[in-house]
Design a protein around this ligand. Structure first.
Ligand SMILES: Cc1cc2nc3c(=O)[nH]c(=O)nc-3n(C[C@H](O)[C@H](O)[C@H](O)COP(=O)(O)O)c2cc1C
Length: 482
């Protein structure tokens, strides 16, 4: 079943989708045949996915999602600085950004939804359990449609709720249900801001990739002085506009660059029910695929069996064995960049009887056999095969999981396999595999960088910056040689 057929069946089938979109079923059959949905229908399909509470962004080309008008959702929580959000609304309204506003119950004790509505000229959302709004699964569509969710002012309370996964009102539910970029502008009494609980929540949220507009230091409304003041609305809006500009520049950094990424483990069957594999979760490779897609790259992700959601990227190919992974990589060449992040099983285990005979591998091996031996057959080294082959991409990057002599082993792989960069990590004591954090060491011929422990998302972000430099250097060498 192709990708679009899978999507249509997730959304309820050809008939149901045709009815919702008010088009002929034959049009949908055609999309399935072509494995493509016309861009004019992407928005309607996304809205239907939102309505049904199904994340379908992976099924549509990521680039197209950016073609829609920029949307910000402003969440106003309840503090003395809530009134400043009115100026934020006024300034955003001056741009061509589409703005929606949600207020917490406490925020409504400081300013009224009526005042907000009169500025936005739109409904101001306040209630999670609104019968009228929830006929369209409003909390999900409010969470999914914006490019940025700005919480200004962000109370200590809303930070704590987000850090700990609480969803007991419309604002906190939206924050948990969103894939959008989240920006918090905290504002509170300095003692509240410096409280260990708030600081731990701040760090937790930052590590998860949530952006902060840091509070100012100065005199507070409560008469105390210190860090915790909401920065001036003009500075908040300027910071967001500059972020949007930066994101849009980054969004085309890898335009027209084709990238192949392998991720996850591979598995090698022993018999129809048993296999050998390894502990790789696929998280780091998926984060890299997602970051490169965000920056406009044409990403093909070739992944072994994993239990995590797929990232949004152009093409995803699922494989099981090392041989299947190598075949898929070959089929996707030529490409500009290859990133071998998968933990490929080094050996295939062929079961043998005690008299060295093969089993019939169409059937499960019975435990009544007196003994079971294994012949080991080496699997292909995908990284070295491609890096030394005729179709070598411009940039080849390998990952190296080591339990000892990290830098030495990684350096010898760099040289012997003819790659540009090895990202090495220490996996002793079950570290790294399946975790959300990673500590990596980047090894190049004349350079070694030891990075601090950081989230896999952050490793992906910084690594993609590094890859951008490698690609620019490569292209520069090409220009100089001409
Ligand atoms: C007069 C007053 C001012 C407040 N100012 C703040 C503030 O600036 N920052 C903050 O975090 N909490 C402040 N609070 C406490 C919050 O309103 C309270 O924690 C509330 O539960 C926050 O709810 P929310 O996060 O759902 O908006 C203030 C409370 C009062 C009564």
């Amino acid at each position: 079943m192709n990708k679009i057929s899978q999507l249509i069946s997730l959304l309820g089938g050809t008939g149901a989708v045709a009815k919702e979109l008010k088009i002929q079923p034959s049009a949908i059959s055609n999309w399935k045949k072509l494995n493509k949905i016309p861009s004019s229908k992407h928005k309607a399909i996304l809205e239907l996915g939102s309505f049904l509470n199904i994340n379908i962004e992976n099924f549509l080309p990521a680039k197209k999602l950016r073609d829609f008008k920029f949307k910000i959702l402003l969440i106003i929580s309840g503090g003395v600085a809530s009134y400043k959000s009115l100026e934020i609304i006024r300034l955003i309204k001056k741009t061509n950004i589409n703005l929606d506003v949600v207020m917490t119950k406490s925020a409504q004790r400081f300013i009224t939804p009526l005042l907000v509505t009169s500025l936005t000229e739109k409904k101001c959302y306040v209630d999670l359990f609104s019968v009228e709004d929830e006929t369209k699964m409003n909390h999900i569509s409010l969470a999914r449609s914006p490019d940025i969710i700005l919480v200004a002012p962000a109370t200590a309370n809303i930070m704590a709720k987000l850090a700990n996964g609480l969803a007991d009102d419309l604002a906190s539910t939206i924050l948990l249900a969103s894939f959008s970029k989240i920006i918090l502008a905290p504002s509170m009494n300095p003692v509240m801001w410096n409280n260990l609980a708030t600081q731990e929540n701040y760090k937790k949220l930052k590590d998860r990739g949530i952006k902060f507009i840091e509070p100012d230091t100065g005199d507070m409304a409560c008469g105390e002085s210190g860090a915790g003041r909401l920065p001036e609305p003009k500075l908040i809006v300027e910071s967001i506009l500059s972020d949007i500009n930066k994101d849009q520049t980054l969004a085309s950094q890898f335009k027209n660059v084709s990238i192949l990424i392998t991720a996850g483990p591979t598995i090698e069957n022993i018999d129809p029910v048993r296999f050998v594999s390894n502990r790789s979760s696929g998280k780091q490779g998926f984060e890299i695929a997602s970051e490169l897609t965000k920056r406009g790259g044409k990403v093909t992700l070739i992944t072994g069996p994993v239990n995590i959601p797929f990232p949004a990227c152009e093409n995803i190919i699922q494989v099981n064995t090392a041989h299947e992974m190598l075949d898929s990589v070959y089929k996707q060449l030529p490409a500009d960049i290859l990133i071998c992040n998968a933990a490929v099983a080094d050996w295939k285990l062929v079961p043998k009887t005690s008299s060295n005979k093969n089993f019939d591998l169409n059937n499960k091996i019975k435990k009544t056999n007196s003994s079971l031996l294994f012949e080991t057959i080496k699997n292909p080294d995908i990284l070295a095969t491609i890096a030394k082959g005729n179709l070598r991409p411009k940039i080849v990057i390998g990952f190296s999981a080591e339990t000892n002599n990290l830098k030495k082993n990684a350096y010898s792989k760099l040289i012997s396999k003819n790659v540009d960069l090895i990202v090495a990590n220490n996996v002793s004591n079950n570290k790294v595999f399946g975790e959300d954090y990673n500590k990596v060491c980047l090894i190049e011929k004349n350079n070694c960088e030891e990075w601090e422990t950081q989230s896999k998302k952050s490793v992906a972000f910084n690594l993609v910056n590094k890859i951008n430099n490698l690609l620019n250097n490569y292209n520069q060498r090409g220009i100089n040689a001409k």
